[in-house]
Ligand binder design. Structure first.
Ligand SMILES: [Zn+2]
Length: 412
């Protein structure tokens, strides 16, 4: 079975509403008309493939292909159709296209799987609109932030609850999107890598072995604001100079964990009073540490605490550290990784085992069901940008691995 590049191309064109191009801005924010339109197009495509389609309580669109024993738990394939502002054509959409192509291949070869197959287009995967990511898959596993629905707002002040209502969804019954453990046998997601590894190694497929999760810290350096002209260099308690040392240290601490592919970033630096003639009195840094190894993340965290103590001692400042979040990385079950590896071997395609630095719907699904993830290369590793690009041949190669794995997974 070979995925059809022309079919794949036509699915992209229909879902994105535009031909594939190397520079095309997409703006399908969560729970907007644009996102819903893509979900509607997905429904039409699924129906044309002989599937039945429903929308669940949180706006996930779920298409189902009957199994020869339709009482069996479903083998599910999914990804998302929303994008970031000024995003690309492939993030999320590639996984939906791959799922449609899997079903098209079953039809073309007149194969009815033993287990039913579901294609799931998750709602609201990106955090761009409400600041919370993967809402659709969170709802499916019962982790939707129900208590924050009226306080989470977009930049126009529209609450998440209101946005759901505008999509004809009832925020009161979101918990109905929750699925039981026995509903689903396993879940698979194909996604563009959103990084440069596969392209630089010239390997067509990545098999994800873990999904990194962030630990986020807020560091507040308190020094002494004072006149820049009258305070000698020896008498200063400059919070920004102290924080600068920490920024450099965060980079070094993460580099020492390179073997675990741990990364750490200071993404925000707030200076008070931020005036040309005042020595900075207070500086807040926000640090994001990510890894698939909790132990490695913890080491970086501890090193940062030790460094803060040292800086306090010789710079006469104080440094308060608050832990904003400490999420547990997802380990992909070995038997699912092996299922994907043997699919690659069966069709003679090279693969690389790799972690995912970014979060995905698969991360939530993995908490309840055996979950696998396939990466395909994207040009220059760029994502969340109009120049995000993969060739249809690259998507087809990943889809060939997916159909091979799904055929086995959905067989008797
Ligand atoms: Zn995505």
């Amino acid at each position: 079975m070979q995925a059809s590049t022309s079919r794949i191309e036509s699915y992209f064109c229909k879902l994105n509403g535009t031909p594939i191009s190397t520079n095309q801005s997409m703006n399908r924010l969560a729970y907007t008309e644009d996102e819903r339109r893509a979900h509607h197009t997905f429904s039409e495509l699924a129906v044309s493939l002989g599937m039945t389609v429903r929308t669940d309580a949180v706006g996930n669109t779920i298409a189902r292909l009957k199994g020869s024993d339709d009482t069996q738990p479903v083998v599910a394939i999914g990804s998302h159709l929303d994008t970031v502002r000024n995003g690309g054509q492939f993030d999320g959409t590639a996984g939906i296209v791959a799922g449609l192509e899997v079903v098209a291949l079953f039809n073309e070869h007149r194969i009815q799987p033993h287990h039913p197959i579901e294609l799931i287009a998750f709602a609201s995967e990106e955090s761009s609109r409400f600041g919370v990511a993967t809402l659709g898959s969170k709802a499916m596993i019962g982790e939707f932030p129900i208590d924050k629905m009226s306080t989470l707002t977009d930049q126009d002040g529209v609450s998440l609850a209101e946005a759901l209502r505008q999509c004809k969804l009832n925020p009161e019954v979101v918990e109905k999107a929750c699925r039981s453990k026995t509903d689903i046998k396993s879940f698979f997601e194909l996604h563009i890598e959103q990084g440069p590894e596969l392209e630089s190694l010239d390997v067509p497929v990545g098999i994800v072995n873990g999904i990194a999760a962030p630990t986020r810290l807020k560091l507040t350096f308190q020094g002494q604001a004072n006149h820049t002209g009258t305070t000698s260099m020896m008498r200063r308690k400059d919070a920004l100079v102290a924080a600068s040392e920490m920024i450099l240290f965060v980079e070094d601490a993460a580099k020492l964990e390179a073997i675990n592919k741990t990364v750490a970033t200071v993404g925000i630096c707030e200076v008070t009073p931020a005036s040309m003639n005042v020595i900075p009195g207070e500086v807040t840094l926000y640090v994001d540490i990510r890894s698939t190894s909790m132990v490695s993340k913890q080491r970086v965290h501890q090193q940062i605490r030790k460094k803060a103590y040292v800086i306090e001692q010789y710079r006469g400042v104080t440094c308060e550290i608050a832990v904003l979040s400490k999420e547990i990385p997802i380990v992909i079950e070995r038997h699912i990784q092996e299922r994907l590896q043997s699919a690659c071997e069966e069709i003679d395609i090279h693969y690389e085992n790799m972690p995912s630095g970014a979060g995905h719907d698969a991360m939530n699904m993995a908490k309840l069901w055996p979950t696998g993830m396939i990466f395909v290369p994207c040009k220059n590793g760029v994502s969340h940008d109009p120049t995000e690009y993969s060739t249809v041949e690259q998507i087809a190669a990943g889809t060939n691995v997916l159909i091979t794995a799904i055929r086995r997974e959905a067989s008797r």
